[in-house]
Design a protein around this ligand. Structure first.
Ligand SMILES: Cc1cc2nc3c(=O)[nH]c(=O)nc-3n(C[C@H](O)[C@H](O)[C@H](O)COP(=O)(O)OP(=O)(O)OC[C@H]3O[C@@H](n4cnc5c(N)ncnc54)[C@H](O)[C@@H]3O)c2cc1C
Length: 432
């Protein structure tokens, strides 16, 4: 690899790959450094016995920034919405029909009459609520003040968890949560054929076609500065890449460690509270109870869905389920037992047809809760690090809009745009 680059991108997840592709297309020389042996990060998919297992349940939000960026970069994918039938709500130990429309609302045993009447109004009214005034309000306060019956509060809380992956109701911004819920209701989500690896492969293809050099299996250790501006990136193998711009597409903690002379990054790393989830992924040789498709916990932060019903993720006749317990109260073996219990109750006999089982006790779903304190999205850092010229950020904790992959890919596009707007600067240009 040539050791002078216009831009060095650190991190080869969705964000780093997309930013590198945009920069390469604009004619910049780009190196992308990924410490793992393959790019992908949290969007990786494990292939095993003909199953494609994402790292826990993944659904692409249609109409969000991720969808747009993938389209702009020509990444092709296919998929389908989650199963519409066979969905149950699990409340106080019993499964109930999921109220998703007028008929199911009328017949479900989940609500009493007062809650049914309120829920009918809520289902019709959520889309029209304005998220902006709720930016600084925690989800817990919003649920308490905006909904009358405890059943409806609990149900809307479940919808918030489902769409944001976050059960930290005292911390999460109700405005951000409502906007995410509205996006999901308005545009829907897709389970992807072949898993999110398809997106990783597509973005990697776009980056390499644009001339990006991808270096895997090596960690970036330091972003060096001269005269208050980025001038090089050091790698764990002893190599040094001279550059006028570095883009960190990794966690806040990784960014702060790479550039310790930035107090702004240290402050963001100290403030960020990650969103965790415990995931139990199970691959089955056949579906034990075909009526069952989805179960969502109302009084407990639980999720179970048959992803292979919608997307091509299993060999013929096989079935792939993802079960999740949303943080923040994850407790290792206790979370595993609760997820096993959910599967045993929802899919009796599943253990007899088990092909593969994977428990992941604490995955980082998002690097930072969008917190009410600080005003929701307003508290997130921008793509340009203010106290070190030439240092940029992308990721699920960066930028003014969107959650999860929408934030990662939206900020990747914005960061690439900010680097291009700054003009090409190499360390040699400054020396000249
Ligand atoms: C269980 C689970 C479920 C999810 N479900 C959804 C969903 O339904 N919808 C949705 O939109 N999103 C979902 N997500 C989130 C989505 O996976 C992420 O938003 C996205 O993959 C993050 O991409 P990224 O590039 O920002 O970060 P990452 O994927 O975290 O990539 C960062 C990369 O940087 C590398 N790195 C870090 N430090 C260094 C260093 N010093 N040198 C070199 N490389 C380094 C890491 O190895 C990693 O590959 C889910 C995530 C999880 C875990």
């Amino acid at each position: 690899m040539q050791n002078t680059k216009d831009v060095v991108v650190i991190g080869g997840g969705l964000a780093g790959l997309a930013a590198a592709a945009y920069l390469g297309r604009a004619g910049r020389s780009v190196a992308l450094i990924e410490k793992a042996h393959a790019p992908g990060g949290r969007a990786a998919t494990q292939e095993s016995h003909g199953f494609s297992m994402n790292l826990g349940a993944h659904a692409l939000y249609c109409g969000g920034a991720a969808h747009e960026v993938l389209g702009e970069l020509g990444v092709r994918f296919t998929g389908a919405p989650p199963p519409a039938s066979g969905a149950f709500a699990l409340d106080r130990g019993a499964f109930h029909t999921m109220p998703s429309g007028a008929l199911s609302l009328l017949t479900t045993g989940l609500f009493g009459l007062a809650a049914k009447l309120e829920m009918a109004r809520v289902l019709g009214g959520l889309a029209a609520m304005n998220p902006a005034p709720l930016a600084s309000v925690p989800v817990s306060a919003w649920l308490r003040d905006a909904f009358r019956t405890p059943e409806v509060r609990r149900f809307v809380g479940m919808l918030v968890r489902l769409t944001t992956y976050c059960a930290d109701d005292d911390r999460q911004s109700a405005g951000a949560a409502l906007a995410q819920l509205q996006l999901a209701f308005a545009k829907g989500v897709l389970y992807l054929d072949g898993g999110w690896k398809t997106l990783v492969d597509g973005l990697r293809g776009a980056a390499t076609a644009a001339g990006v050099e991808i270096l895997t299996g090596v960690r970036a250790t330091r972003i060096g500065a001269e005269g208050g501006a980025v001038s090089f990136v050091e790698l764990a193998n002893g190599e040094r890449l001279d550059t006028g711009a570095a883009l960190v597409a990794a966690s806040p903690r990784a960014a702060a460690a790479l550039a310790p002379e930035s107090p702004a990054l240290a402050a963001h790393a100290a403030r960020a509270v990650p969103v965790h989830a415990a995931c139990l992924d199970v691959a089955l040789s056949r579906l034990p109870r075909p009526r069952f498709r989805v179960a969502l916990g109302v009084d407990r932060p639980l999720y179970l869905s048959l992803h292979s019903d919608a997307a091509r993720l299993a060999p013929a006749g096989g079935a792939l389920f993802h079960a999740v317990q949303y943080g923040p109260e994850l407790a290792g073996r206790a979370a595993e037992r609760e997820l096993e219990d959910l599967l045993d109750r929802a899919l009796p006999g599943y253990r007899d047809v088990l092909v593969e089982r994977r428990f992941l006790p604490s995955l980082v779903v998002s690097n930072a809760v969008v917190a009410a304190e600080g005003g929701g999205y307003a508290a997130r850092p921008g793509v340009r690090v203010p106290d070190l010229d030439g240092l940029f950020l992308a990721g699920d904790w960066v930028g003014p809009t969107g959650m999860l992959a929408d934030a990662s890919l939206g900020s990747a596009r914005d960061a690439a745009g900010a680097i291009l707007a700054r003009g090409a600067r190499r360390p040699l240009d400054r020396a000249a």
